[in-house]
Design a protein around this ligand. Structure first.
Ligand SMILES: Nc1nc2c(c(=O)[nH]1)N[C@H]1C(S)=C(S)[C@@H](COP(=O)(O)O)O[C@H]1N2
Ligand SMILES: [Mo]
Length: 373
């Protein structure tokens, strides 16, 4: 058998029944959106399996999509078979190919930019558009999956092989990339690429959608420290400039990272300046809404994030980066430096630090919409 015939043979033996292909395409896309979004919250290396799963699922989708297209291509190429739903099918296909191609080119390590968007951001856009399209597409040709489509052990083996092949392909690509030195070597497990150098100019300014405040007047600026502390205070920019220094890595979900020396005040010291956390309820046990558990950092724009108290104490409110005073774009007069957290949690232009007893669910929404009037 020639190589081509053998490949075809393997592909045929692996191909799941048509309905299973359709439903697993839907399920895999949903899993991609889920793993992709959750990966945005992962900042520590132990989270690597999630990134691998995302890549393996993506490569498996290529095989599923190829089977599907081989089966339905006449519906697309034969005008007499066009229906109103064909437009939706084509749109879904375009989004799928967009998400796959941007994902692949990103992984291979080419640092293509589309205006100021990194390829990863474009990939996220395609991926988020794809999910509702796939759902609508599935609805136009709705057929419930049948037990027989998935029941056989053979099917489970097929999917296992698919995912393993995806992971192996990714690993192979990594090896080839290292050999050819295509710039994959200094990537993080998150896929982020390095931005080298020290200080304000060394890394991009990244703000969500509309979070674009006017520069803050340094003399008029006050940081309020309150909530469950003994003596709420307001501090000047000068007072935050406490000379505490630490190196920390900022890893943005748009696909870059930078290691910088940050300077400012340790949050633990900041809370001490407000008399320390106030466990006021300690006398009457059970009064848990007085137990200090989180520290919330709020920007002048409303953007906010909280860290568990223990973690927060060791974090930094930075006034300096790489020995320079922070520029406006990077969050002057003061921004949160939260080691091991992804960049979007490093709140810029912080005006309030508040010790709280409860987890702040609203931060997930506020982070996306802050800055919109
Ligand atoms: N107030 C506020 N803080 C913010 C943001 C924002 O849009 N508004 N963007 C976040 C994101 S997504 C990242 S990656 C980092 C980027 O910091 P930099 O702009 O200094 O590079 O800031 C974070 N802090
Ligand atoms: Mo970011």
């Amino acid at each position: 058998m020639g190589a081509r015939a053998r490949l075809r043979d393997v592909a045929e033996r692996l191909e799941p029944p048509p309905r299973a292909v359709d439903w697993s395409l839907f399920a895999f896309v949903a899993a991609e959106v889920a793993t992709g979004l959750v990966s945005f919250t992962v900042g520590v290396p132990e989270g690597w399996p999630l990134f691998w799963l995302h890549r393996a699922l993506g490569l498996a989708i290529i095989a599923l999509l190829a089977w599907k297209l081989a089966r339905v291509r006449r519906r697309l190429t034969d005008p007499s078979r066009w229906r109103r739903s064909t437009a939706l099918s084509v749109l879904t296909l375009v989004a799928a190919l967009g998400a796959l191609s941007t994902g692949i080119v990103w992984v291979v390590g080419l640092d293509v930019r589309i205006s100021h968007w990194t390829l990863l951001s474009v990939h996220v856009g395609f991926g988020l558009a794809l999910l509702p399209l796939v759902a609508a597409h599935a609805a136009t040709r709705f057929r419930l999956p049948r037990r027989v489509d998935f029941e056989r052990r053979r099917t489970a083996v097929r999917y296992a092989v698919l995912l393993a092949a995806g992971a192996a392909t990714y690993r192979l690509q990594q090896g080839v990339g290292d050999l050819l030195d295509t710039g994959g070597a200094d990537r993080r497990f998150t896929g982020s690429q390095p931005r080298e150098g020290d200080g304000n100019g060394a890394f991009p300014i990244t703000s969500w959608v509309a979070d674009d405040p006017d520069p803050i007047d340094r003399d008029g600026y006050r940081l309020r420290v309150d909530g469950l502390v003994s003596d709420p205070v307001e501090l000047t920019a000068e007072e935050l400039d406490a000379g505490h220094e630490r190196e920390a890595l900022l890893d943005c979900t748009s696909g870059w990272y930078t290691v910088q020396e940050w300077g400012g005040i340790r949050i633990g010291d900041l809370l001490d300046a407000a008399g320390g956390v106030d466990a006021g309820g300690s006398g009457d046990a059970g009064d848990s809404d007085r137990d200090p558990a989180y520290v919330r950092f709020t920007s002048v724009t409303g953007y906010r994030w909280s860290l568990p108290l223990d973690e927060a104490e060791d974090a930094l409110l930075a006034t300096h980066v790489g020995g320079e005073r922070l520029s406006h774009g990077h969050g002057a007069p003061a921004r949160l430096v939260a080691p091991d957290r992804r960049g979007f949690q490093w709140v810029k232009w912080v005006t309030r630090v508040e010790v709280r007893s409860e987890y702040d669910v609203g931060q997930w929404v506020v982070t996306l919409v802050s800055g919109f009037d």
